[in-house]
Design a protein around this ligand. Sequence first.
Ligand code: ZN
Length: 212
Amino acid sequence: MDPGDAILRDGRDLRAVVCELCRRLHRAGWASGTGGGISIRDGDRAYVAPSGVHKELIAPEDLFAIDLEGRVLERPIDPALTTSACTSLFLHAYRLRDAGAVIHSHSIHAMLATAITTGSEFRISRLEMIKGIAGHGWSDELVVPILENVAHERDLAPALADAIRAYPATHAVLVRRHGVYVWGRDWRAAKAHAEVYDYVFQAAVELHRLSR
Ligand code: ZN
């Protein structure tokens, strides 16, 4: 058994869960080169990783605890560390969707799905896995808004908030040639959603390739 399995099976030490999920995001290729990340909310506070660190090497004491306005409640020992560039985007999912956790993935499947899609929406239907997204069934079309990428991650926050409001059924927002933000009611739901969305994005890319 993977040593991290016990952390996730127990699931109560949310700082440890953030670190273990960061390791898994990195292993999956979703958080290479310090990109990507995850935040988990615990009531009116949330844990976020520092900016620009290797996500697979984060320890519980490296995390920031912030309130839902983004104010720092607890900080890492190293004073040079700053909160993840994704923080303001995570906060929108917490405040606008009452999410319990948010995953930001730089998965190549998410990136390629936006590269083969013109316009501001990714749409797909007739895939069994769509049922894995809360509120969706086999006969539903899965629609994910796509934001245009910007030079600095934090500057995506206003457009992300607009997309969350405009697409009440979505649990994810794609960013063109960049990746995806995915959330769920708790970290387990966010993890499941992230895996399902990634499967769907990969399926779309493969179907596109096969159709050419
Ligand atoms: Zn990113």
